[in-house]
Ligand binder design. Structure first.
Ligand SMILES: Cc1cc2nc3c(=O)[nH]c(=O)nc-3n(C[C@H](O)[C@H](O)[C@H](O)COP(=O)(O)O)c2cc1C
Length: 239
């Protein structure tokens, strides 16, 4: 029994109300042509790191990327974390000790200290696509996003050191960066001051996430650019 789940001018997507647990059968009717496809639901993880809520440019851009992903993957799941309202704690001694203590040897306190990190890593590992919204703050990322990164970078869990050097263990993810900045950093004389995109690419790449696309709302504080910065950024989205 097929149920219509999406329709536009040319394409209708019908979903088998189905039997399979992790994937679904889709029937795509495109301009009169039929195609059946087995499709695994995409898990999208959306991270917000601007405290500006609805007014945030990085969030508006990130939402537009999420919307595109949702349209392209009708059978998706979406998890959104606002890292400013539910922040990860700065790393303290208990966190570090817990990271280096095997699970079975952790005291209840150390188990508690490892909880945030373990949960964040499990969530990251199970995601297919990450959308990371970040403002540029003082040429880098906000500390709320940095603490999330500090909790997901763990030797033996998300990276390892072998004979050939470091190896990222977080594989097969698509990552979309939604970066907002007052000035322009993708080109021109401010480019060397950008420690948002190069840093994120470096640390995510170190963990194995190399399929990274960057979209920028830039120049939001430049009078001649600010009115069109967001629409230009949204138009440039290509999954
Ligand atoms: C604390 C702070 C630091 C900022 N640092 C920079 C900066 O280094 N370079 C820049 O171009 N814009 C900077 N800005 C401007 C923001 O990047 C810009 O307003 C951006 O749109 C904020 O992201 P949001 O709209 O998603 O909150 C800064 C803004 C704040 C509040």
């Amino acid at each position: 029994m097929f149920k219509q789940i999406s329709k536009n001018q040319d394409t209708t997507i019908l979903k088998d109300t189905g039997i399979l647990q992790d994937s679904s059968i889709f029937l795509i009717v495109d301009r009169g042509n039929f195609a059946a496809t087995k499709y695994t639901a995409m898990k999208i993880l959306h991270l917000i790191s601007s405290p500006q809520g609805e007014a945030s440019f990085s969030v508006k851009l990130g939402n537009a990327i999420v919307n595109e992903l949702q349209s392209a993957h009708p059978d998706h799941t979406l998890t959104t974390h606002d890292l400013t309202t539910t922040p990860f704690p700065h790393l303290e001694e208990a966190h570090l000790t817990s990271f280096y203590t095997p699970e079975e040897k952790r005291t209840p306190e150390l188990a508690e200290a490892a909880k945030n990190s373990d949960e964040a890593i499990a969530e990251l590992m199970s995601a297919d696509a990450l959308v990371i919204d970040t403002p540029m703050y003082n040429f880098g990322i906000p500390s709320t996003l940095k603490t999330w990164i500090d909790h997901i970078c763990r030797a033996g869990k998300t990276f390892s050191y072998g004979e050939k050097g470091p190896e990222g263990l977080v594989k097969n993810k698509k990552v979309y960066l939604a970066i907002s900045s007052g000035g322009v950093y993708s080109e021109g004389f401010m480019k060397p001051y950008d420690f948002t995109e190069p840093y994120l690419r470096t640390v995510l790449g170190f963990l194995g996430m190399t399929d990274v696309k960057t979209f920028r709302v830039e120049g939001v504080k430049v009078p001649s650019l600010q009115d069109t910065a967001l629409s230009k950024a949204i138009e440039a989205i290509e999954l």
